[in-house]
Every structure is written in C-alpha cells, then in structure tokens.
Design a protein around this ligand. Structure first.
Ligand SMILES: [Zn+2]
Length: 169
C-alpha cells in the first residue's frame, strides 16, 4: 500500500483552472497532470532561511519559540521565503520581524535538505547593524547568547550550525 506524506496532499486541484489533478504515481518528480489545461503541474519545494546573527561582542541572536515545533526553546531566527522575494531579503525580514534586529548578511553558511522533508533551508551568517531587541507574538523572548553558554535549543541543527561557525567541537 503506498504511503502518502503530508506534502503530497496539498496540490490536488489545478491552481489555474481548479480541475482535479491526475497524480502520476510512477513519477518521482512529484508532478501531477491537469487534464483541462493539458499540462503537468509541478510541486515546488518550500524554501526557508535561518541566520546566525552575531553582535559586536560575538554573541549569537536567538529567539524563543511560541509555536511547535520546539515550543519554549530557542532557535536561530528565520522563516519561509515568499514567492518572488530575494532570499537574503527574506532572511533579513524574518530577523527584523522576529527580533527587531537589523543586520547585514555576510556569508552563506550552508544549504540543508533531507529526503521527503520540506523545506530546503538556506543558512546565512550576518552581523548586527542596528535595531533594538523586540519580541514578537511568535517569539516572546529574544536575546544574544555567548556561543559557549547557549539556552536549550529547539532544533539540534541550530546547535550544529553554531558549533561549526565557532569551531566548537
Ligand atoms: Zn488546469
């Protein structure tokens, strides 16, 4: 019996004409076919960013999460890239929305993806240029932490990113 993960159930109707799509089970590209438009409909992966933002003291900007996954623990600020948005702009927007901090992106730290998992995560390094620590509804606490004195993290990957960036083994 085939298994259907949740990502497979989100595009069952054509976004152009509303017709029910024909799933191409034999295809591994995730495409469906619209019989009315007579064309394949592709399911694109979602793209998200998170950013390792450091301040002049080389402390790391983290936000406490008010949502699952990882509720009540701390994470690097980030979120989804909007359609048509430059990825670095999305990263800076999410940082500002979640923490009130302005920053300059300085480098690409990595791109993370996993089988049957959405989204593709693009991770940047950045340093602060201004702003004031300001919590949001989704991030009720925001603060800078020294890399050797981190709070409980929502995602093990964030710890890996921080340790890699600061050469902590
Ligand atoms: Zn259609």
């Amino acid at each position: 019996m085939p298994t259907h993960n949740h990502m497979m159930n989100t595009h069952n109707y054509c976004s152009t004409c509303g017709a029910k799509l024909i799933l191409k089970e034999e295809s591994d590209s995730g495409s469906s076919y619209c019989p009315t438009c007579e064309k394949p409909i592709y399911k694109d992966p979602k793209v998200a960013t998170c950013t390792l933002v450091t301040n002049a003291e080389n402390a790391i900007l983290l936000a406490k999460r008010a949502l699952e996954p990882g509720l009540g623990k701390w994470a690097l600020p980030g979120g989804y890239v909007n359609l048509g948005e430059v990825v670095e702009t999305a990263a800076k927007r999410e940082i500002l929305e979640e923490t009130g901090i302005l920053c300059e992106i300085t480098k690409l730290l990595g791109v993370f993806s996993a089988e049957n998992t959405s989204p593709i995560l693009i991770v940047y390094g950045a340093h602060t240029t201004g702003g004031t620590l300001t919590p949001s509804i989704e991030t009720p606490e925001v603060a800078f932490f020294q890399p050797n004195d981190l709070p409980p993290l929502s995602f093990p990957r964030d710890g890996d990113i921080i340790r890699d960036a600061f050469f902590i083994s």
